[in-house]
Ligand binder design. Structure first.
Ligand code: FAD
Length: 519
């Protein structure tokens, strides 16, 4: 019979101090009241001074606002200390067709949901029937966010309370600065910080983690260990040997080159969306922070080589890249079959990584950290909790794989092997293929999703699907879509309100600078 820790779980050791480690520390400390009294759980985070954090991961999903509010970091402090800006969505350049081909050269994935007046018609089926007018993209017709973001406006006004505004939004930020902010904040919540490198992980007689042996701080033990050691996966992978499901037969990118580039002028407009531009063997991200841009090329090593990749990156950036050297990163694309094994939980890159598109990395950390603190097994009975956690995390990863693949597999690009291979039906998971077959005849509906397993709401799927110009041949007539006139008026109203919003919302840079001054 397995033995439970005698006094329940009283000590947690988090190994790793990147976004995953510190965010988990903050969640746990908030939930469990670290060190506040004798009964509380002691939370320690050990991180290596030499190894350092991955230092990329600068785009987020709107869930981050709830996370910051939960752990108690206010918006102005976050923007100020993390070089932060607002993110209203993602602009996808050249994903549908190659540059120069006839047709739209980009589409937008906004974070705001399609407008839905109480009692009003659901707009998507009417959009599919042309109610928004010819050539108007769904994202541009159904919310004012694209118009606002295209005009460099912020999603909120100076008087709006923290974390709220007329439009849905997330942030861009400096990953290194975010980890530093979380480190200070976690310690203020009672988390102990140890700087030491783990050299060996010892297993106990049950095959669980028994102790970690560090170079500088001796042997550290705990009742529960959280592996946040990044791609190294020192506990869940190296020590426990948990299997890793590689998914590079579905998602091909496995290398990245990253650069930090200055703005052309100190007052240059800052895009309030990530710009994801498709290239011959991958895509570039372009993220505007307050004081610089973060730009990188993620690519498939099976479809190009590093020298050509650097040429593509430099070609995209142009003059500002002169004299700068990119950092190269190798990506393990996939996820653990089990994220919680015995007394060890993987959070962050140690548990898995898909690719930067749609910022699933930090979103998954938020889910994992929330789940660990919500499910926290005070009595040390890990098994039932591990089962729920593993099911939830595996389902989330699987659903994200489908969502990310959706961006690639509908491409009309046939200009090189990367895009041709991405559209090959053999590379599309059955779960996605089945959905696409359904959506040939009807539009995606929230009933197609088990929402607790999904990181992305149904509207995100709709924006991407129709951004990629998927041909849904709706079975529709005046009886199935009786509110055509109302829908037309609704689209016209959204267009008018969008113009008014341009007068109402501040310039993006000005809004960021307002928060910086708030102090
Ligand atoms: P890391 O940042 O690698 O931290 C690992 C920690 O473990 C470090 O503190 C290190 O010192 C410590 N450590 C390792 N070994 C030891 C040891 N032996 N002893 C002691 N300490 C140890 N996510 C998004 O949401 N949005 C994005 O836009 C995005 N872009 C990305 C772009 C790229 C190219 C990549 C690779 C990832 C991107 N991600 C993105 C993912 C995101 O970067 C990560 O999910 C996030 O930074 C969390 O990393 P981590 O904390 O798991 O690992």
């Amino acid at each position: 019979m397995k033995t439970l820790p005698k006094n329940g779980v009283k000590q947690v050791l988090i190994v790793g101090g990147g976004t995953a480690g510190w965010l988990t520390a903050c969640f746990l400390a908030k939930q469990l009241g670290a060190g506040a009294d004798a009964d509380s759980v002691r939370i320690t985070l050990v991180e290596s001074r030499e190894i350092g954090i991955i230092g990329v991961g600068e785009g987020t999903f709107p869930s981050i606002r709830g996370t910051l509010a939960t752990i108690g970091i206010d918006e102005a402090r976050f923007i100020r200390e993390c070089n932060g800006t607002f993110k209203q969505g993602i602009r996808f350049n050249h994903w549908v067709r190659e540059p120069g081909a006839e047709g739209a050269d980009h589409y937008f994935h906004p974070f705001s949901l399609p407008s839905q007046r109480p009692g009003g018609p659901e707009l998507l089926p009417y959009w599919l029937q042309g109610a928004a007018g010819p050539g108007v993209a769904f994202a541009a017709a159904a919310t004012m966010q694209k118009t606002v973001a295209d005009a460099s406006r912020a999603p909120k006004r100076p008087g709006d309370p923290d974390f709220t505004g007329p439009l849905n939004y997330a942030y861009h930020f400096d990953a290194g600065k975010f980890a530093a902010l979380l480190c200070t904040h976690a310690q203020s919540l009672g988390v102990q910080h140890v700087q030491a490198t783990v050299e060996r992980v010892a297993l106990d007689d049950d095959g669980a983690i028994g102790a970690v042996h560090t170079r500088e701080a001796g042997v550290l033990t705990a009742d529960l260990y959280i592996d946040c050691t990044g791609f190294r996966a020192a506990l869940i992978g190296e020590a426990l040997g948990t299997s890793f499901r590689n998914i590079n037969d579905v998602l091909f990118v496995d290398r990245a080159l990253a650069m930090q580039v200055p703005h052309e002028r100190p007052d240059a407009p800052i895009a309030s969306y990530t710009i994801a531009t498709a290239h011959e063997a991958g895509w570039t991200w372009d993220i505007g922070l307050h004081q610089r841009r973060g730009i990188g090329y993620v690519y498939s090593s099976r479809h190009t080589d590093d020298t050509r990749a650097e040429e593509i990156l430099r070609g995209y950036i142009g003059k500002p890249a002169e004299g700068l050297n990119p950092r190269q990163l190798k990506l393990n694309v996939g996820y653990r079959e089990q994220h919680w094994v015995k007394n060890c939980v993987a959070v962050g890159l140690s548990g898995g990584f898909l690719e930067p598109l749609e910022s699933s990395g930090i979103g998954l950390i938020e889910t994992a950290a929330y789940l660990v603190s919500y499910l926290f097994p005070h009595d040390g009975d890990f098994e039932p909790v591990a089962k729920v956690y593993n099911e939830m995390m595996k389902a989330r990863y699987e659903r994200i794989v489908d969502f990310v693949k959706l961006h690639y597999c509908l491409t009309q690009r046939r200009d090189n092997a990367f895009w041709i291979d991405n559209a090959d039906p053999a590379s599309i998971p059955d779960t996605l293929r089945d959905k696409l077959a359904m959506w040939r005849k009807r539009a995606p509906h929230r009933m197609d999703f088990v929402v607790d397993y999904e990181m992305y709401p149904p509207s995100s799927w709709q924006y991407v699907l129709y951004g990629m110009e998927y041909p849904t041949a709706l079975y529709a007539n005046a009886r199935t879509l009786p509110r055509m006139e109302e829908a037309r008026k609704e689209f016209a109203t959204i267009a008018q309100v969008s113009q008014r919003a341009l007068a109402d919302l501040p310039d993006h840079r000005a809004m960021v600078e307002h928060l910086l001054k708030r102090g």
